[in-house]
Design a protein around this ligand. Sequence first.
Ligand code: CDP
Length: 228
Amino acid sequence: MSSNQKNIVIALDGPAASGKSTIAQIIAQKLNFLYIDSGAMYRAFTWKMMQNNINIDNNTELNELINNTHLVLKKGFSIKVYVDSLDITTKIRDPEIDRNISIVAKNDLIRKALVKLQRSYQKNYNIVMDGRDIGTIVFPKANYKFYLEASIEVRAMRRFQELIAKGKEITLEKIIKEMQNRDHADFTRTIGPLKCAKDAFRIDTSELSIEQVASLVLNCIKNKGNKS
Ligand code: CDP
């Protein structure tokens, strides 16, 4: 891969807590690419919709909200998420957002606006982007595609530990149930469903450490070379 080439896309898709964002950040740092968390965009929109009590079925209200939302992801030690200049990085990880996001993620107008924003980053950067539809819809011609998965028990335990570390009160059973609901919504929606792209490299991370997954991904990138 030539160091001064621009517009290279590494796409990582997979269900909740499959390890995408951790791996995407490591890969981006190692390769000096820009990391874009597309899930954070859907989370930010969900937050704004909840704040403004928007009726998602009213297209006029929704269009107005889309046109008047200034969404920015800022690169720092980790990504910071701003909506209309307000830092909502912590707020978007609240379980309340997880409970409401599926309605937002299946909306056609919101997906169109966010896919456009996601594609815009490729113009000036080499990027690593994670999400659900990155290798299938957002960048079907991505240079490298990965699909990460893990058992529901492992994924729920990862999320449980994350939330407990943040001082949230939640049970593992509740997380399993909510994650199954969100998986179901993600796999079955009509627009931008979660799907493994035909040409993606599939990794089950259930029994692998972060370092093992990161080196599998990096080796795959190195071995494949740059197909663009
Ligand atoms: O961190 P986690 O895997 O739980 O979720 P996320 O990547 O932050 O995504 C949160 C939700 O946003 C997902 O469950 C999807 O419903 C939605 N999403 C999407 O529809 N398309 C994407 N490209 C990324 C996220």
